[in-house]
Write a protein of this length. Structure first.
Length: 327
């Protein structure tokens, strides 16, 4: 998998390129999607998670700007049932006229079909990639009154079997498992559903000692003095936590970022995907959008449809053996 630094560099190059997307062409009758968004009265962005999470936050920042770019009403629809599988299935089987756009979180979308405990009929080939728009690394977070002041403190305690870590969905375990292998420790993993939204209350209630969470989920608690951030598992420091070091800076060979992007149902005409990609690239270059995204702790990372598909495949290659080892 590309390291996040490589990912960010590639994204910067893509933003400067003048030929990121091919010409739509077409006969103009709409059969090939060349007249999109003509004929589409509204667009639904399906978010396979609850409102307020990282994926939902970015989708809601994109929606009004996408509406402005395409001249069509854009609404966000949350479909969190089945740990996100319901929403992803709805996208994969949706209409191919561009009216349904899937908010696609990597690696979460990947885990939803690789996890042996799930039974879904979609995989990467069920989607047409549109592009990536943002990325972030999960933060390692403890309470402000925790005895663990540094990452080394936490690792030392984990080595003695003393640390309870809130574990969310399987994709939440990927960076944790990788970190455990690199640090040579094992956390006592306590299951909590609901992603960051479920883990934050657990840490507030002292039900666990440490959580990993998206920057946006813990920003208020850090600002209020309730939480302390020990490090980020991403390849870059979070914009909203510039003083928090990456685990790589602290000596651990890990750089795992969550990539937030969009996809369409498989079979959607290329011209429609290209129209969306053009709009996303314009949005990614908007200083106000960049400021808004960085304000919740994420970085703006534009990936073309081709680069997003490549990132999808690379993350799948990384995830598969880890999931098989977890069982």
């Amino acid at each position: 998998m590309k390291t996040p630094r490589t990912l960010l560099a590639a994204a910067a190059a893509a933003l400067l390129a003048t030929s990121a997307c091919a010409s739509t062409g077409g006969s103009g009758d709409g059969g090939d999607g060349s007249d999109f968004p003509d004929g589409v009265s509204s667009i639904q962005i399906v978010v396979p998670f609850n409102a307020g999470g990282s994926t939902d936050t970015v989708a809601r920042l994109v929606a009004p700007r996408l509406s402005e770019e395409l001249g069509v009403t854009v609404q966000v629809l949350n479909k969190p049932e089945g740990n996100g599988q319901t929403g992803l299935n709805e996208v994969s089987t949706g209409p191919t006229d561009g009216s349904v756009l899937g908010s696609t979180n990597l690696p979460s979308a990947i885990i939803s079909y690789l996890d042996p405990n799930t039974d879904v009929s979609y995989d990467q080939d069920s989607f047409t990639p549109v592009g990536g728009i943002a990325a972030y690394g999960e933060l390692i977070v403890v309470s402000a009154d925790s005895p663990y002041s540094t990452l080394d403190d936490l690792i030392e305690a984990a080595d003695a079997g003393q640390v309870n870590l809130a574990a969310g969905a399987v994709d939440d375990l990927l960076p944790v498992s990788t970190f455990e292998d690199e640090a040579g420790v094992t956390f006592n993993k306590v299951p909590f559903e609901g992603g960051s939204a479920g883990k934050v209350p657990a840490l507030l209630g002292n039900k666990v000692d440490v959580i990993t969470a998206a920057p946006s989920a813990v920003l208020p608690n850090v600002a209020s003095g309730e939480f302390r951030v020990l490090a980020t598992l991403g390849g870059e420091r979070a914009p909203s936590f510039p003083d928090v070091e990456t685990v790589a800076e602290l000596g651990y060979d890990i750089a795992q970022d969550v990539v937030l992007g969009f996809s369409l149902p498989e079979g959607t005409p290329a011209a429609i995907a290209e129209a969306y990609a053009d709009a996303l690239q314009t949005i990614a270059e908007d200083p106000e959008f960049v400021e808004a995204v960085e304000g919740v702790g994420f970085g703006v990372v534009y990936l073309s449809p081709e680069d997003f598909a490549e990132q999808w495949s690379q993350q799948e290659d990384v995830a598969r053996p880890i999931i098989e080892s977890i069982g």
